[in-house]
Design a binder for this molecule. Structure first.
Ligand SMILES: *Cc1c(COP(=O)(O)O)cnc(C)c1O
Length: 419
């Protein structure tokens, strides 16, 4: 089914482009193609598919109709050329890096990254000869200063998790463009409803679909979207030149699908693609409610003397407020961090909450709470922890879809119980 590229609003396009009824059966909802491999009537027919002379599915590690449907819809959400889905957000990031960089190459990354990405860049990739240079994520000039001949990608998150800082994506993209380097943006925390990084100059957009895209805490997944801007015959990426001759602007997508993801094996399971696709349909209304609720909660916490500091990009005193307002259209997401007196108070506060669940996820329908320093940031060295904005007295909330009055009541009683 072709994508609607009309002037309809994104909310309408999401529903309209979900799935066409199957012409044979009339099946209207998305179907789940729980299949390992695809049979062909003759050896010749299968050879044609392998040779790329005929379209068709072969094996679900390489391609699967349910996964392809999810990829098509994610590409549409990001206004991209196409997408390649992966087993998780981390699989999407590692697959994208492997597609762009090799031994001796460098990544430039903003210093306020999700802990898993930080670990990949500092622990795992160096063993394969890929090094990362970190810069102050909100200083575009810092990226410019350290671009070298070996730089293969600039990596940044739309809102740093959990630091909640807001990099100037357009200015960083200008640096990337000037040097012919690929700009990769992790849009997990904002989603395409708040930000389409392509419009700010990003070349690739990455999602952990496990978060808001899924929205119901029941499937892990990730995706790489090629925005269709970058010229894959560029001099920094000679390994893609043959692919560019064969596939033109689809070069990177073909390379990911037919080589890198195929070889590394981090494919998305069809059942997870099915669940993630269902999540997309309600994403727009969920994001509306997440943002409204988070704003209410942030203002309540900011006015409370029991809380030392509240960080939320929607608050006027947040350093990135104006940047967020410009880049995200006046909405600021669901993540809030607060600082209490010390770790002990944080634990008492978390243990005292009745509605918020204490778990390592974000973007779920329910409100979630976590103490980053003792959980997903515990492996980071002290300097790295400071760079990602994590201290022992910090709590992160991911505000859900409950009634905001009830959330505030719950937070209030948990703060009361701290002392
Ligand atoms: C969770 C997360 C990831 C990793 O995604 P997984 O699906 O858990 O592998 C990457 N980036 C950000 C910003 C995240 O929040």
């Amino acid at each position: 089914m072709s994508l609607k590229t009309s002037s309809e609003n994104l909310e309408t396009q999401i529903i309209q482009n979900a799935h066409a009824p199957d012409p044979a059966s009339g099946t209207a909802a998305s179907s789940l193609d729980q299949n390992t491999a695809y049979a062909y009537e003759s050896a010749e027919a299968l050879e044609d598919v392998f040779a790329g002379r005929a379209p068709g599915y072969v094996y679900s590690r390489i391609g699967n109709p349910t996964v392809a449907s999810f990829e098509r819809r994610m590409a549409q959400l990001e206004d991209g050329l196409g997408a390649v889905a992966c087993a998780s957000g981390m699989a999407a990031i590692s697959t994208a890096v492997m597609a762009l960089a090799g031994a001796g190459d460098e990544i430039i990354a903003g210093n306020s990254l999700f802990g898993g990405t930080w670990s990949l860049f500092t622990q795992t990739l160096p063993r394969f000869g890929i090094t990362t240079r970190f810069v102050e994520s909100t200083d575009p000039d810092a990226y410019r200063r350290i671009v070298t001949d070996r730089t293969r990608l600039i990596f940044v998150e739309t809102i740093g998790n959990p630091k909640l800082d807001v990099p100037d994506l357009a200015a960083i993209a200008t640096v990337a463009r000037r040097h012919g380097v690929v700009m990769v943006v992790d849009n997990t925390v904002t989603t395409p409803l708040l930000c389409r990084p392509k419009s700010l100059g990003a070349d690739l957009v990455i999602h952990s679909a496990s978060k808001f895209i899924n929205g119901h805490g029941n499937a892990i997944g990730g995706v790489i979207v090629d925005c269709g801007i970058f010229d894959w015959s560029a001099s920094r990426y000679p390994h893609l030149h043959d692919w560019h001759k064969r596939a033109g602007d689809q070069a990177l997508l073909a390379y990911l699908r037919n080589l890198i993801r195929r070889d590394l094996g981090g494919c998305l399971a069809p059942f997870n693609a099915f669940l993630l696709g269902m999540g997309i349909e309600s994403l727009a209304v969920r994001m509306d409610r997440h943002c409204v609720n988070a704003d209410r909660v942030a203002r309540f916490l900011a006015a409370d003397p029991r809380v030392c500091e509240v960080r939320y990009p929607g608050l006027e005193n947040h350093l990135g407020h104006r940047m967020a307002q410009r880049q995200f259209g006046g909405r600021y997401g669901a993540l809030i961090t607060l600082r209490l007196k010390d770790k002990e108070q944080c634990f008492r506060f978390i243990n005292g909450l009745k509605l918020a669940r204490n778990l390592a996820n974000l973007g779920d329908a329910g409100t979630l709470v976590i103490h980053p320093a003792s959980t997903f940031c515990r492996d980071l060295p002290e300097t790295a922890r400071r760079a990602v904005g994590v201290s022992d007295d910090l709590v992160r909330l991911s505000i859900g879809l409950e009634h905001p009055d009830d959330l505030i009541t719950d937070l209030n009683q948990a703060l009361e119980g701290m002392t």
